[in-house]
Design a binder for this molecule. Structure first.
Ligand code: SF4
Length: 253
């Protein structure tokens, strides 16, 4: 295994779901490099702003710390300038579904060959707990003390509607599944969107919900079937009830 650790001191809170994503990403990059599927010198990790963004300091590959919501256009530019690079984009839900939403939609529409990994904690965590586009209606946080009035946005549905050629979801608490999804996203030849459910232990502890409700899609789901993917996407609306399917919803071959 390649050592992808850095000397940066990790400042995530104990118990944060970001640790699972960091461990998973390092393992995937390392294994793919060992198997000759990836040249680590040609990997670029672009990040947005938020708790998730610190991953750029913790994974020892080329990295680019972008402005809030602008990691996707930075990544698209990097890929256009040097198509030989594998460009991975780590973003937060507030970051890429709020400020950066238009960039995300157009990167999907254009099938830009970048891999977007969303640290989906469904809250603005770095700024201490304001509701984000995927917080459930009724969420009580710093900016919504009496509860959010908005229905959450469903990023899986949005990406399918935008023409994304790879749309998947996983959970940072299921390391083996998360690794597989990351690998598939990186290998996909085109735009890949992977929503990683990631609990924020401090401001929105979704561990109990995900541990109980997440289930993995089986072979009965055909990822080439876009209508079936859309139906599955509607199964969980990012409100906090119901079963939560994870896996590859759609992949255009
Ligand atoms: Fe993780 Fe939440 Fe702490 Fe940020 S505030 S490091 S998302 S637990």
């Amino acid at each position: 295994m390649k050592n992808l650790n850095t000397s940066a001191v990790n400042t995530w809170c104990p118990g944060c779901g970001n640790f699972g994503i960091e461990v998973g990403l390092k393992a995937v990059l390392s294994e793919m490099a060992e198997q000759g599927e990836l040249d680590l010198d040609k990997v670029v990790l672009a990040t947005g702003i938020g708790c998730h963004g610190k991953i750029a300091d913790y994974v020892n590959v080329n990295s680019f710390y972008s402005l809030h919501g602008r990691a996707v256009p930075a990544a698209v530019g990097i890929k256009m300038a040097n198509p030989d690079l594998t460009v991975i984009v780590c973003v937060g839900d507030g970051d890429v579904l709020g400020e950066g939403l238009d960039h995300l939609v157009f990167a999907a529409k254009r099938n830009s060959n970048i891999k977007v990994l969303v640290h989906e904690n469904r809250i603005y965590a770095l700024t201490t707990g304001q509701y984000s586009p995927t917080s459930p209606k009724g969420f009580r946080g710093r900016s919504t003390p009496t509860g959010s009035l908005e229905q959450p946005l469903n990023p899986i549905e949005l990406m399918l509607a935008s023409g994304a050629s790879f749309v998947a979801r996983t959970y940072s608490g299921r390391l083996a599944h998360q690794k597989k999804m990351m690998q598939e996203a990186i290998k996909h030849n085109g735009f890949a969107f992977l929503d990683i459910l990631q609990p924020c232990f401090v401001y929105y502890n979704t561990y109990p919900l995900y541990n109980q409700n997440v289930y993995e899609l089986g072979p009965e789901h055909d990822p080439a079937d876009s209508q079936q993917a859309l139906k599955l996407a509607k199964e969980w609306s990012y409100q906090d009830s119901g079963k939560i399917p994870v896996g590859i919803f759609y992949q255009k071959k």
